[in-house]
Design a protein around this ligand. Structure first.
Ligand code: SF4
Length: 261
């Protein structure tokens, strides 16, 4: 498949992608995922960003993503359970679009006291590096009573961490000679969808860098950040924030934009 070369080709391709998106809503995004499916998702996210002034319907994107996951996991010995949170002690990265959705969710559904408690938890973690957080077993600030308090709007990075052995997760957290046993194909699936969403943001002129979730959330909760006018230097000052999106993902974002712009 090559990017459209003319306005007519672009219109035809985008009509096909919007039709394909309608069938994705019925079936979810299973594995393996096709380029057409990802471009459909990306075009939907771009349409939403354009219509809603910077807020895509992530709930819909997440439900399509999760439905595919459920299918992909059917015959796997999935160890993840509510209350199991070893992987919620490692740093999480998210794009501005995802962070904005979480901040809006928190501001519109949490009490002032709960937000204040969240900010206090963030302030204990947001300047710690990944190794320190793991060594001291400092949990993600969104972990409340052992469970994710933003489960419905948690970022793609969290959604794609699906483990087949909780005891290995615990060993990995303890720094033993073990890696988190996440299912690779699901991880790749999550990375693909993340690229699709980042491409939608880029096509709309919105920053698509990946930031460390808690540092960025601190800023978003403190001020009303408009992601349309977001400027990482102005809004984040000189603070160093992670860009954990590997360069090959950046390259894929550029390619996706050629199809959906
Ligand atoms: S956002 Fe939720 S799922 Fe992700 S690390 Fe934090 S508590 Fe865990």
């Amino acid at each position: 498949m090559r990017p459209p070369q003319s306005r007519v080709e672009r219109r035809t391709l985008q009509r096909t992608l919007r039709e394909s998106y309608r069938s994705l809503r019925q079936t979810g995004l299973g594995l393996p995922v096709s380029l057409t499916q990802l471009l459909s998702l990306s075009l939907f996210a771009k349409d939403c960003l354009e219509q809603r002034g910077g807020s895509p319907d992530m709930a819909e994107l997440y439900s399509i993503f999760d439905a595919g996951h459920d299918d992909a996991q059917k015959n796997m010995p999935i160890a993840c359970r509510k209350g199991c949170n070893f992987c919620c002690h490692i740093a999480v990265s998210a794009t501005i679009v995802e962070i904005d959705v979480i901040a809006r969710h928190v501001k519109s559904t949490w009490s002032a006291a709960a937000i204040e408690a969240l900010v206090a938890r963030i302030e204990t973690t947001f300047r710690m590096n990944v190794d320190d957080r793991m060594a001291k077993r400092v949990p993600c600030p969104f972990l409340v009573e052992g469970s994710c308090s933003i489960y419905a709007v948690r970022p793609f990075v969290c959604r794609r961490q699906v483990s087949i052995d909780a005891s290995l997760c615990e060993k990995a957290l303890d720094g033993a000679d073990a890696n988190f046993p996440f299912i690779k194909s699901v991880g790749q699936h999550g990375a693909n969808v993340r690229v699709a969403t980042a491409a939608a943001a880029k096509a709309c002129g919105i920053d698509y860098t990946a930031y460390e979730l808690t540092s960025a959330m601190h800023k978003f909760l403190q001020g009303a950040i408009d992601i349309r006018r977001f400027d990482r230097r102005k809004d984040f000052g000189n603070e160093v924030l992670a860009d954990e999106m590997p360069s090959d993902l950046h390259r894929h974002v550029e390619i996706f934009v050629e199809f959906i712009k």
